[in-house]
Design a protein around this ligand. Structure first.
Ligand code: DLL
Length: 439
């Protein structure tokens, strides 16, 4: 019997040298690169030089890795206030590509890459895909959006660098995506977890059983998703679902990725990024294992280095497993911005996702509607029952959902059941929250 590409792979021999480093080696490399990065921004990025000078700091003050804590944070606001190119560390002419993060309000955040940055990114994206189980020669259906969003082009370059075949379908036109999956027989799909649900629906509409396709791997990211969603997708499409993490300000997709053999949260590629977790309110650095806001300092970027960038993503750092020299992050609970405060109770969409997916009668599609009743905020969870569920069972599911949210999260919410197929379907990053409080 011929071996499948997954079985044929010999991961250890294929790893980048950095993936085989010990923790001590990684930290020594990080220190050297941190010192170079601080010198680089001090010399070339006026806003960073001004901030460091105001604190009486010069590059020579960074003598140990812990000294990163002397450096000031960088926020999205800092990046926006220098819109568009004020944080670039090289002349604009040396920037080979620009991306921008959407930014729901106000100015987008613009990021730039030299050709060396693009090569690093492609290499890290290839490393991430390989960790996820993608192998040279596989066919990869890339449904991350192409354009200013880093997902499409970032993943694309990684597939090419790995030596796999990329189908640059981008997001949207879902019926066509389903057709191409049926006809091209890809091994791998790259998209957001919620968009994979939409693709599964489209396959069914085409008369294709989603479990019967050629797909064996899905490398999913760009939005928070839970292990319950992983199980849902793995069952529905009969594949392995792997979590890939990244953000435009730090690079794009491929800042870290889960390894197929452990599937226990993304390993962060610490030879290129120095992660910290801080208390979101005080900014105090938290020990590994404690949940807080993830912060990154880039270690090798030329065009757009970032110092202690506040991601707003909540997670914790854990020891490496499949790559012992690199730490892992737990699957992201949510973004600071997505936190709903309901009469003093903090709540994240991922908590609701976990509970919705635990109730067999409900589809994984749900929307959180925030409204105001009198002077208090009220939350309604809009859900759909799966086709064929009888009215009695549907009523029971709705009641159970409200009760479990109350028991497990501590919040009293309303639940509204909608007809199957009536809630919005994802085309990329899904906005779960509908805020009806204004106007
Ligand atoms: O979403 C980059 C990306 C593309 C990552 C494709 C993975 C796959 P931005 O548009 O700048 O970049 O959004 C970054 O998305 O701060 C997180 O809040 C969220 N995010 C990204 N990956 C994950 C993930 C891309 N695996 C923001 N789990 C980040 C949870 C994620 N949240």
């Amino acid at each position: 019997m011929t071996l499948t590409p997954l079985e044929r792979a010999s991961p250890v021999a294929d790893l980048d040298p950095a993936e085989r480093m010990s923790r001590d080696q990684v930290e020594a490399l990080q220190l050297e690169r941190l010192q170079a990065t601080v010198a680089h921004v001090y010399a070339h990025v006026e806003p960073y030089r001004a901030k460091l000078s105001a604190l009486g700091l010069a590059p020579g003050d960074i003598r140990t890795l812990e000294d990163v804590r002397l450096l000031p944070f960088t926020t999205k606001e800092d990046l926006r206030s220098t819109y568009p190119f004020g944080m670039f560390a090289v002349p604009r002419e040396q920037v080979a590509r620009i991306h921008a993060s959407s930014g729901t309000t106000g100015r987008p955040t613009v990021v730039g890459y030299t050709s060396a940055d693009l090569r690093t990114w492609a290499g890290l994206m290839a490393r991430s895909l390989r960790a996820a189980g993608v192998r040279p020669g596989m066919l990869v259906h890339n449904a991350y959006g192409y354009g200013l969003f880093t997902g499409g082009l970032g993943a694309h370059a990684g597939v090419e660098a790995l030596g796999a075949t990329v189908v640059p379908i981008s997001g949207g036109q879902t019926a066509r995506q389903a057709q191409l999956i049926r006809d091209f027989r890809p091994d791998v799909v790259l998209c957001t977890p919620t968009y994979l649900l939409t693709i599964a629906d489209a396959l069914e509409e085409l008369g294709v059983d989603p479990r019967s396709t050629s797909l064996r791997l899905a490398v999913l990211g760009a939005e928070p998703w839970t292990n319950e969603m992983r199980r849902e997708l793995e069952d529905r499409l009969d594949l392995e679902a792997i979590d890939i993490y990244g953000l435009s300000e730090v690079m794009g997709p491929g800042v870290g990725s889960e390894c197929l053999e452990t599937k226990d949260g993304p390993h962060l590629w610490e030879d290129h990024f120095l992660p910290e977790v801080v208390d979101a309110d005080s900014g105090e650095v938290l020990p590994d294992g404690e949940v807080g806001e993830l912060v990154f300092t880039s270690l090798t970027k030329e065009a757009f280095p970032v110092i202690r960038y506040r991601t707003r993503d909540l997670t914790r750092l854990l020891p490496g497993t499949a790559r012992p020299g690199m730490r892992r992050m737990e699957k992201v609970t949510g973004r600071n911005d997505d936190m709903i405060i309901l009469r003093g109770v903090n709540l994240f969409p991922t908590q609701i996702e976990e509970i919705v997916l635990g109730i067999g009668e409900l589809t994984p599609h749900f929307v959180l509607e925030l409204s105001r009743r009198g002077r208090l905020d009220a939350l309604t969870v809009c859900v759909e029952t799966r086709p064929g569920v009888d009215p009695g069972a549907a009523e029971h599911a709705v009641e159970l959902l409200g009760r479990r949210i109350k028991d497990q999260v501590g919040a009293t919410v309303g639940v509204r059941r909608q007809e199957p197929g009536t809630l919005p379907r994802s085309e990329g990053k899904l906005a779960r929250l509908r805020d009806l409080r204004r106007g």
